[in-house]
Design a protein around this ligand. Sequence first.
Ligand SMILES: NC(=O)C1=CN([C@@H]2O[C@H](COP(=O)(O)OP(=O)(O)OC[C@H]3O[C@@H](n4cnc5c(N)ncnc54)[C@H](OP(=O)(O)O)[C@@H]3O)[C@@H](O)[C@H]2O)C=CC1
Ligand SMILES: CC(=O)N[C@@H](CCC(=O)OP(=O)(O)O)C(=O)O
Length: 343
Amino acid sequence: MGSYRVAVVGAAGYAGEELVQLLSRHPGVALSLLTSRTRRGERADKVISGLPDAAGRLIFEEPEISRLCEADLVFLALPHGAAAEYAIPLREAGKIVVDLSADFRLRNPRQYEVDYGWSHPAPTLLSQAVYALPELHRQQIRQADLLAMPGCYPTSILLALYPALAADWLREEGIVASSLSGTSGAGRRPEVPLLFSEMSENARPYGVPRHRHVAEMEQEIDRLAGRKVDLAFVPHLIPLARGILSTIVCPLRADIGPEEAHEHYRSSYRADAFVRVLPLGELPALRHVVRTNRAEVALEYDGAHRRLLLFCAIDNLGKGAAGQAVQAMNLRLGLPEEEGLLR
Ligand SMILES: NC(=O)C1=CN([C@@H]2O[C@H](COP(=O)(O)OP(=O)(O)OC[C@H]3O[C@@H](n4cnc5c(N)ncnc54)[C@H](OP(=O)(O)O)[C@@H]3O)[C@@H](O)[C@H]2O)C=CC1
Ligand SMILES: CC(=O)N[C@@H](CCC(=O)OP(=O)(O)O)C(=O)O
């Protein structure tokens, strides 16, 4: 069993449960505390299936800061707003915090207020936070004590766009992204209207005209491009439990052909274990990435219209949430980046 003690707050939610599954088999850390207010007093293996013995014996507890401070690192798998309330005392106590919510993703607290609808609960902590997309911010993650895990849609869209933005191939206007998402992206909340009878054999757009992840995408896109780049984004719910498949249509400003573009994508991700750039002519499928921490990225070239078509498939609970959070934890704790994760 590993030497770092880790706790999961919100461990009976979708992302929390996935974290528990991954951390319970991780050789570099020991799960020391799980919290759930609704499951308080129950054994973990009664709520989460297939856990190894040591993790299965843990009892869900109320989230109390004094108990959480016995851990070295705390994952917050909580709703936006609630996460910051835990981050404040945990950071004061010197704990490493890995936050899966949106509370520390946006550098501008006024933008957070616009998109989330309330004032930022902990603006003074924002300067400590690192936007923890490992493929873009690996060095900063290694040194940060407050890791703001990206949203699931931004993860898929930024991984698809990053090499093209870094090479300055894209026009400032006309980029259109469309994503399909499984319903677990909405969390295990009874108030969310995702009844089986509503969602099976159905699909629908939502979050228009401006989903709150757009600000997060724009923040990183503008940083990568070094200029303002406009993006339209439309998410859709589809009748699957897990997975996000994003398609991005990008007008080009540079003269590049398909082989050159593909080679650039391959070399950009050569050192990244969890991003697979598919061979030219292949397109991603959710079935290949679900229950892994892998992102599959593909591109097609539309020469007639001078456009690049980008695709990315991830598991929203894997690379889009818990898997990526464990990847970031590995970097922060100096453990091998791939430890405990499936590629
Ligand atoms: N689902 C996904 O695909 C992704 C989710 N995320 C983010 O991860 C976070 C968790 O999401 P998800 O697992 O889907 O959400 P869920 O609603 O499934 O789980 C959240 C859990 O938080 C607990 N909780 C709620 N409020 C509080 C509170 N005030 N104090 C302590 N515990 C609380 C609840 O458990 P209980 O009431 O039992 O304590 C609940 O199980 C969110 O911020 C989400 O945006 C990020 C990327 C992808
Ligand atoms: C299907 C669905 O409802 N998805 C969520 C996104 C889940 C996610 O990754 O994002 P957050 O961490 O920002 O919640 C949504 O559209 O808000």
